[in-house]
Design a protein around this ligand. Structure first.
Ligand SMILES: Nc1ncnc2c1ncn2[C@@H]1O[C@H](COP(=O)(O)OP(=O)(O)O)[C@@H](O)[C@H]1O
Ligand SMILES: [Mg+2]
Length: 602
């Protein structure tokens, strides 16, 4: 074996293996170059999902003939004037994209600078550069790629259908468009328009946030714009802005989560993890919020040179970043209080909007006249086993307090008038009607109570008359036993019971009568998921959510008027009661104006 230096074409093809994974990655590199070149408009054309032809045209600074030739050389870049990798302000800096793409396709560059009278053109095919030739082109650059991967048949085989590749291309351009509202973006497939976003108006600098929301509206859809909350937070030089969706607007995957660091779209585990942490209280494991977050960090506080495609970054202080995201998102969500997504009701009923008035103002929630503790005790009883019924005078007082209540602004969720299908409470408010899903509401209340009790380390346990044995797989039983101490803190006492079984001796008192078998199995599943990295607190919150879910099995429970009203009052005084732990709304509101519309009175 003799060692030798590889020829440049081979070196470029090796680099292309990382940089040009599929047509969308080539488009991403070229659009980034156009952004770096100061373009105000970028046009992308794609044929056959990018396999036979792609082009990116811009009105940026352009290149001189000398630069055109140099741009195709490996490690040639105009973006590191001081060779300072700690201080990167452009999207590109590696000088790899053009030579890499040029080694795996037939590439043509046509460009003209502002102070040149004519344009020049150069081609490269499988690594062989052509002579420079004069051409016709307005100020700016057009880069055309034909027959991508013609020189690397192995990679060609991995291409998915044109439709799939096209979807990836549009996604890549959309991400860059989100971060750059000052640039117009167009994507065409032959003659079909796939993306068309205009340049934000001149005053966008005055109101960057609204320009951004307009752009997000255009790309993520107006459902997102209407159901999202602004985020604007800063900590130690790190700045986080953007919009996050209400928990009730959620998806089965994280594809609608767009994260940017210094204008660069990233798919970063740390950031996704922080988002998950912030929404933990509001969404089931398998549901994902929609959001677009822009993190700005001093260039020396992060390393962008981690990944050839530059989709990952490394932060000097990861804890700081995580903390900023979690607290900023939690704050925004808490500010939204019980607001739920308007889509929920609209999808089902047109005029129904979940507790957000037609005038767009969320009701102002007041402290109920009875204390939250008394209300909670009262509600707990309704769901507790009958033997637990407590007839203490304080509870009676609360009950009588709600007799003959008048509908008023004091009760944003209204006065209960009926229970239908043993599941829905119908209440009259001063401006319409409210329908509560008592099961979802109760689940949320129990969860909030559990969290509160947990914070004060005073979760009451309730001994079981007959301890319950739960048969599990051996590994699952081991996982449960390993966490027995944590569960105990939450009021659940479990012990090993031979191999592959556990015995439950005590359950949290505020859960009332629960399906112990189901709970323990779900907890074992929770633990099986890769939750090791979670802090104890987060994990406890997870467990509390699972427990709350199991406490609320009795959807079909008959409630009397006092019980219904107590539930409404407790919802009003409990944070985050607008949605259950799975992101479903706990109630919807129909305003008089909407009802009148339904009957053609308006
Ligand atoms: N659309 C463009 N407009 C103007 N200059 C460009 C354009 N695309 C590429 N260039 C020039 O070619 C150089 C090499 O591009 P590239 O291979 O993508 O590396 P990098 O972007 O990392 O510098 C860039 O530094 C830039 O000077
Ligand atoms: Mg580049």
């Amino acid at each position: 074996m003799t060692i030798r230096l590889l020829p440049p074409t081979t070196v470029n093809r090796i680099a292309a293996g990382e940089v040009v994974e599929r047509p969308a990655s080539a488009i991403k590199e070229l659009v980034e170059n156009s952004i770096d070149a100061g373009a105000t408009r970028i046009d992308v054309v794609v044929r056959d999902g990018g396999r036979t032809y792609m082009s990116v045209a811009d009105d940026g600074c352009g290149m001189t003939p000398e630069e055109l030739s140099l741009a195709l050389e490996r490690h040639a870049t105009s973006k590191l004037p001081d060779d300072d990798l700690e201080n990167i302000h452009s999207l590109g800096f590696r000088g790899e994209a053009l030579p890499s793409i040029g080694s795996v396709s037939r590439l043509t560059l046509t460009s003209r600078t502002a102070d040149s009278d004519n344009a020049w053109m150069i081609s490269i095919e499988g690594g062989d550069k052509s002579e420079l030739a004069p051409a016709a082109h307005a100020k700016g650059t057009t880069i055309e790629m034909r027959d991508l991967f013609f020189s690397t048949p192995a990679r060609l085989k991995f291409l998915k259908t044109p439709k799939t590749e096209l979807a990836h291309i549009v996604d890549a351009v959309k991400r860059l468009a989100m971060a750059n509202p000052a640039i117009a973006f167009f994507v065409f497939d032959d003659s079909r328009s796939l993306l068309k976003v205009q340049q934000a108006q001149d005053d966008f600098l005055v109101d960057m946030l609204s320009a951004r929301l307009n752009r997000l509206d255009a790309i993520m859809g107006n459902e997102f714009a209407a159901n999202s909350l602004p985020v604007d937070a800063e900590r130690q030089g790190l700045q986080l802005t953007g919009y996050i969706g209400l928990p009730t607007l959620n998806r089965g995957n994280a594809q609608m989560q767009f994260l940017f660091v210094n204008g660069r779209p990233v798919k970063d585990k740390l950031l996704y993890g922080a988002v998950r942490g912030a929404y933990r209280d509001f969404l089931a494991h398998d549901r994902h919020p929609l959001l677009a977050l822009f993190l700005h960090a001093p260039t020396d506080s992060l390393d962008v040179n981690v990944h050839p495609a530059k989709t990952e970054v490394r932060f000097r202080d990861a804890g700081l970043v995580r903390g900023l995201i979690v607290s900023a998102l939690k704050y925004a969500l808490a500010e939204a209080g019980h607001r739920a997504s308007t889509t929920v009701g609209q999808a089902a009923l047109g005029a129904f909007t979940p507790h957000q008035g037609t005038n767009g103002t969320a009701p102002v929630y007041r402290q109920p006249r009875a204390s939250r503790g008394a209300l909670r005790d009262l509600n707990r009883q309704f769901y507790a086993p009958l033997t637990n019924l407590d007839n203490s005078p304080s509870v009676r007082e609360v009950v009588s307090d709600f007799e003959n209540i008048e509908v008023s602004q004091d009760y944003p969720l209204g006065v209960a008038r009926a229970q239908l299908h043993e599941t829905y409470i119908v209440a009259q408010t001063d401006r319409g009607i409210v329908i509560v899903d008592q099961h979802a509401a109760h689940e949320r209340l129990v969860y909030e109570d559990l969290k509160e009790a947990l914070a004060e380390t005073r979760v009451k346990r309730q001994g079981l008359l007959i301890p319950e044995v739960v048969d599990l797989e051996e590994a699952a039983a081991d996982r449960i036993i390993k966490k027995a101490e944590e569960f105990r803190e939450l009021g659940l006492t479990v012990e090993a019971f031979g191999s592959g079984a556990v015995v439950v001796r005590e359950t949290p008192a505020l859960l009332g009568e629960i399906d112990i078998q189901g709970l323990v199995r779900d907890l074992a599943d929770d633990l099986a998921e890769d939750n090791e990295a979670l802090s104890l607190k987060d994990r406890l919150a997870d467990v509390a959510a699972t427990m709350a879910c199991h406490s609320s099995v009795r959807a079909g429970r008959l409630l009397n008027g006092e019980e219904m009203n107590a539930l409404l009052r407790q919802m009003e005084s409990t944070p985050n009661s607008g949605q259950c732990n799975h992101g479903r709304p706990t109630y919807i509101e129909l305003n008089i104006a909407d009802i009148e519309k339904l009957f053609g009175r308006r």
